[in-house]
Ligand binder design. Structure first.
Ligand SMILES: [Zn+2]
Length: 451
């Protein structure tokens, strides 16, 4: 063979290698599910196989042929179900009894944005470990710690749920604070936490600013102040948010504020305490989601009286067929947050799943609780077209538990297996997150940091 022919041969070999590399099928995983729950119908099928190629589900059914070379994960003794959703939480803030006496203004001053972003990353891992693959993180994130966490997880730097960030809450003068003139006038103490928007122009600017910096949902303080937002203000925010593909959640703490949000046709209302039975009816008729943030009465939180009211409100909303999500508003910590049996600290995931106590006390059937924790959560988060259901074409986000949550919802306390984007995060009850730590940026579609 002469030198020239040799070079041609080498070139051919290289080209073939390149073609072979491109043609190589994506990594295939086959999950054997002893029981597979479809929360949409509240039913379960036995002995199912779920095939996953790369990040997505390709087939689901009984006795599917498992392709040669597939990695087989045997969950035949467990119940498999879609990942869970907390539709309203705050991963980047934790106010405490010590030293700030639960005074959350102080937390904003004492904890920097970077520190809070790292805390959010830790809370995200804790939530994923408890089976939460989607989290709506809606405000009180300093300067966009929530959007940064979403980006970091998308880049593949660390494991975590799919974060739906809101950026800072948008409110009329003062936000949720009652600042002093010293704090307010120069906006350099505490005012990363809220964006003041007092006129139509300012509302449009605030919504655009949040979307520019990575928000995937918009959070409005409807009635944090007596001056609050009018129906027209809320409608304006909804239409501006829609231009960036965002749905609007309204923080509501008065019956009047709730009515304005309902009349404006808002996507979600946060906090259920001020809603009347008539308003539940209106929300059901309009399909407005309720992120009730239904706090249980625990040794570390709440009172019996408040709990009774919360349970009654949740029960009424369920009876009126309001689309309910599972939501917590968790943003606090104290030294009583320990497992009573083991004495170990509860994780954010443990405290989140503990909100089941309210749902059980309201007498809501497990199938409806599961629907709220999954399907309704994906709809509220506006991701149902791509993520959530265990069906071909969807991202492979799924969990497995011992027992059957359709008959005993407490089975969700003991998540044995978690898969996110087709990668195993937890197996046999132990975190195995090695695959999630990519050293460089791996995704930047369309030259942008967010999809
Ligand atoms: Zn909240």
């Amino acid at each position: 063979m002469n030198k020239r022919a040799g070079m041609l041969c080498l070139l051919l070999v290289v080209l073939l290698a390149v073609v072979a590399a491109q043609a190589q099928p994506a990594h295939v995983t086959a999950i054997k599910a002893g029981r597979l729950i479809d929360p949409e119908t509240g039913t379960a099928a036995t002995n199912q196989v779920i095939l996953i190629e790369g990040e997505k589900i390709t087939a689901v059914g009984p006795n599917l042929a498992i392709p040669a070379g597939a990695v087989v994960i045997d969950l035949s003794k467990l119940t498999v179900l879609p990942g869970l959703v907390d539709a309203h939480t705050h991963m980047a803030i934790t106010y405490k009894e010590k030293p700030e006496s639960n005074y959350y203004y102080l937390t904003y001053i004492m904890d920097s944005t970077p520190l809070r972003a790292i805390q959010a990353a830790s809370n995200g891992i804790q939530l994923l470990n408890s089976g939460f693959t989607v989290v709506r993180d809606v405000g009180n994130n300093a300067l966009y710690a929530d959007a940064a966490l979403r980006q970091a997880i998308e880049q593949g730097w660390l494991p975590g749920p799919t974060v739906i960030p809101s950026g800072p809450m948008i409110g009329s003068t003062g936000g949720q604070f009652w600042p002093t003139p010293e704090m307010y006038k120069y906006h350099n103490i505490m005012f990363p936490e809220y964006i003041d928007a007092n006129s139509p122009d300012e509302i449009v600017r605030a919504v655009r600013e949040n979307m520019l910096f990575g928000a995937r949902t918009i959070k409005l303080c409807i009635d944090c102040k007596p001056w609050g937002y009018s129906v027209e203000d809320i409608k304006l925010a909804i239409s501006e948010a829609a231009k960036g593909g965002c749905k609007v959640e309204g923080h509501v703490q008065t019956t009047d504020g709730a009515q304005r949000a309902i009349d404006a046709g808002i996507h979600m209302i946060a906090h259920g305490n001020a809603l009347t039975p008539e308003q539940h009816q209106q929300m059901a008729a309009k399909g407005i989601f309720l992120n009730g943030t239904d706090t249980p009465f625990m040794p570390y939180r709440g009172s019996e009286q408040a709990f009774k009211r919360t349970v009654a409100n949740l029960r009424d909303a369920w009876e009126k067929k309001v689309p309910l999500t599972f939501s917590t508003d968790l943003d606090y910590w104290n030294e009583r947050m320990k497992n009573e049996k083991t004495g170990e600290w509860l994780t954010r995931g443990d405290m989140t799943i503990a909100f089941l106590e309210t749902w059980k006390a309201a007498g809501i059937p497990p199938a409806d609780i599961l629907r709220s924790m999954t399907i309704n959560g994906y709809k509220a988060a506006d991701i149902i077209k791509e993520r959530g259901p265990i069906k071909p074409g969807f991202y492979a986000d799924l969990i497995a538990v011992a027992g059957n949550p359709l008959t005993n919802i407490d089975a969700l306390h003991n998540v044995q297996f978690v898969m996110k984007n087709g990668m195993v995060f937890k197996k046999d009850g132990v975190m195995t997150p090695e695959k999630f730590f990519h050293p460089g940026p791996v995704r930047m579609p369309n030259g942008r940091w967010t999809r």
